[in-house]
Design a protein around this ligand. Structure first.
Ligand code: ADP
Ligand code: MG
Length: 699
């Protein structure tokens, strides 16, 4: 057995109790797990400050000096210990509330001390609470000079002596075992090309760096390694799919597509739409299953691309399915597509959770006997009862709401899996898409239809509401329509509903019939009532739509030109951008108004500022990634890919690109990894697969 696979409890100084704590608290089971529990920062213990230099803004300081005036406080028992500490440049107070007896003994030794801690201001004076203390002589003998690792720990671990220092000691123990060596898993030519240290050197230096430069090189190497193996696995999956998974060859573009192009298109396609359709056509004709991600900012015209792709499937005798995350959106798609295609000899059906039983039967039959060409729907399409005659293409809109498993079930709807086109609602930063969808081909619509004026975004505090209402009236008198959107968050549904109803009442008072009409849509309403209200707004019978975020995705009413977002501080950036994308679809100047309370957190301020300053979905999503981190971005939770130990998708984009290129080059030259120099890669991959399982063929 590799000594690194030894259970952690067998490490000297751990034992069963601490072993179990390490398992439970921070997921450390083996020596190897502890070794890959990397420090999150370092402190420089070779440098000393003087008291005259320090201030409360500094993170940690190290001082050398004498203890004077050791005082115990508290009546019967000492509850607080304080001391004055001086180094000839000034005096600072130290205090302890815990471990007092032990500290007291330590401090009664004569001689100089080294203290280490965070200076703060208390009662107008500089003070350090709970500093680490060591006698100068012991410090010189025992604490290795230079950078010390800092590990994160938990209260429970700390109570068992496993604070950062305790963890460092254990790590040191493993590293000093002469049997332990970290075998290289990257080819040497790669290391020299990217000037990376060996794996053994990197692991030793990430924990106990010999100097700053070595620490930085170690971190870079380990980030590279982590990203390299993720990319290698994604690219392997992609190659495997393209080799093994046959797709329906859609060889021709036929009469339906051509008729649509000639007679039904109400406008010229944008160049980006044309390019993307070409890319999709090429995939569909290749005989290999398509797995493509279509990215495009809100309003860039993805629906049309979806429809035209479906027409190619139909021209080749296949059926197409378009799956949307909500009923409203499925409805909307169904109507848009039916309208676009009304001159075509096509049968298009809609299937959602609220489709009546009596209507389901003919739909199920139509899908089986191929009389339905396109089916639009929600999750209802995934149900087992839904079977196809010959499903050739599945289009998934607003992808982040569907899980990987649900996509997999659509694969199984045909003997030869259908082609898959995934459409994302929000642009994803490149680093994230390279990782989340690294096994998909990516098409981008990077251009909006012509004639769109950039949406003007403004921020108002609630106190400015009168002005906002006046503006709304002006716009309505110009013939425009307005959305007013309220947040809806699971935990506080009741309160949110009250907010929404209060808002609705105040709007109906200020915008009375018959001059104005107001629609309302929220999650508690029946599907048919929602639909009825939505349709009134779509037809222009009402001027204001008060709604929760149910209208967030996909809804398309070109005459609506004002989006008012209430409690905008409670929305995430990508959600705000999605909502804003509901306007600006016609030729009129459109507006987005963000209403907030007077108190904003600093994150809240950043979100509002970003929205006011930028209309670009990519800028917004980069900012979102920085604020929230990749783990919290929509839809990424479902992906084990995000569990990175050291790499950071926000900051490591340069390393990520190099790692992906390197992985691609290696797989191009040696797809099976049979070359001797790639032996380390192969071995390491095997280990990862044993630990994490195979990703299989599902994107
Ligand atoms: P999204 O990419 O957000 O799904 P949609 O498909 O809903 O965007 O399209 C937004 C609006 O732009 C729709 O009203 C659609 O009819 C219109 N549109 C799409 N393509 C074009 C084009 N090439 N020229 C003009 N308008 C277009
Ligand atoms: Mg859309």
């Amino acid at each position: 057995m590799n000594p690194l696979d030894t259970p952690i409890e067998f490490l000297k100084g751990v034992g069963p109790v601490r072993g179990e704590l390490l398992n439970k608290e921070i997921g450390i089971f083996s020596f190897a797990d502890l070794i890959t529990y990397f420090p999150f920062r370092y402190v420089d213990r070779s440098e000393f400050h003087t008291i005259s230099q320090i201030n409360e803004e500094m993170a940690f300081v190290q001082l050398k000096g004498k203890i004077t005036n050791l005082t115990s406080h508290g009546k019967h028992r000492t509850t607080r210990l304080s001391a004055k500490f001086s180094d000839g440049t000034g005096i600072i107070e130290l205090v302890w509330f815990q471990g007092i007896k032990w500290i007291k003994e330590k401090l009664t030794n004569p001689g100089d001390f080294v203290i280490f801690g965070k200076p703060t201001i208390f009662n107008g004076k500089l003070n350090i609470a709970h500093p680490e203390v060591e006698s100068l002589s012991k410090f010189m003998n025992e604490i290795p000079p230079g950078l010390q690792p800092v590990y994160s720990s938990t209260e429970k671990l700390k109570s068992r002596g496993l604070d950062s220092k305790g963890i460092a000691k254990l790590t040191q123990k493993i590293l000093s075992n002469p049997q332990i060596f970290f075998a290289e898993n990257l080819p040497l030519p790669l290391l020299s090309a990217y000037k990376l240290p060996s794996r053994d050197e990197a692991i030793r230096n990430i924990h106990f760096p010999e100097n700053l430069a070595k620490m930085q090189r170690a971190r870079a190497r380990l980030k590279f390694e982590e990203l390299f193996f993720i990319q290698l696995r994604l690219l392997q999956t992609k190659i495997l799919v393209s080799k093994k998974i046959k797709g329906h060859p859609f060889l021709k573009v036929g009469s339906v597509f051509n008729q649509f192009y000639a007679e039904c298109l109400p406008f010229e396609l944008t160049n980006a739409q044309k390019r993307v359709i070409r890319e999709i056509r090429k995939d569909l004709g290749s005989g290999i299953q398509m797995n493509r991600l279509l990215q495009g900012d809100v309003g860039s015209g993805k629906t049309l691309v979806a429809l035209m792709s479906a027409l190619i499937a139909i021209d080749n005798g296949y059926q197409a399915a378009l799956m949307a995350p909500t009923e409203i959106l499925a409805n909307q798609h169904y109507q848009t597509i039916s309208k676009f295609a009304d001159k075509l000899p096509l049968n298009i059906a809609l299937l959602t959770g609220s489709t009546k039983k009596s209507e389901r039967k003919p739909i199920h039959e139509g899908l089986l006997n191929n009389s339905i060409h396109i089916i639009v729907g929600t999750h209802a399409l995934i149900e087992d009862g839904v079977r196809f005659n010959n499903l050739g293409l599945v289009i998934i809109d607003e992808q982040h709401r569907f899980g990987v498993a649900q996509r997999a079930r659509m694969w199984a709807k045909n003997l030869i899996p259908p082609h898959i086109l995934v459409m994302t609602a929000t642009p994803i930063p490149r680093t994230l898409s390279m990782t989340l969808y690294g096994d998909l081909d990516i098409s981008k619509i990077d251009e909006l239809p012509p004639g769109r004026k950039p949406i003007i975004t403004r921020h108002f505090f609630d106190s400015g509401r009168a002005r906002v209402f006046a503006f709304m009236k002006e716009e309505i008198h110009k013939g425009r329509q307005i959305y007013v959107v309220y947040p809806l968050i699971e935990e506080s549904q009741k309160l949110d509903l009250k907010d929404l109803m209060d808002g609705y009442n105040s709007i109906t008072r200020s915008f009375p019939l018959p001059e104005y009409a107001v629609s309302i849509v929220h999650g508690r309403m029946k599907a048919e009532d929602k639909d009825y209200e939505m349709q009134r707004f779509v037809k222009g019978e009402t001027q204001i739509m008060v709604a929760t975020t149910v209208i967030e995705v996909g809804v398309d009413v070109p005459n609506a030109s004002v989006m008012i977002i209430e409690n905008a501080e409670r929305f995430g950036l990508s959600q705000l951008h999605q909502l804003r994308g509901r306007v600006g679809r016609g030729a009129d100047q459109s507006y987005c108004i963000l209403m907030t309370g007077n108190k904003l957190t600093s994150d809240g301020q950043t979100r509002i500022r970003t929205m006011v300053q930028s209309n670009d979905g990519f800028v917004i999503s980069e900012a979102d990634l920085k604020l929230r981190g990749p783990g919290d971005m929509m839809g990424t939770q479902q992906s084990g890919l995000m569990e990175m130990k050291i790499a950071d998708l926000v900051y490591d984009d340069v390393i990520l690109k190099s790692a992906r290129n390197a992985a691609r080059n290696i797989l191009e030259q040696d797809p099976e990894l049979n070359l001797q120099e790639n032996g380390g890669i192969k071995k390491h991959l095997l280990k990862i697969q044993q630990k994490k399982g195979n990703w299989g063929l599902i994107s």
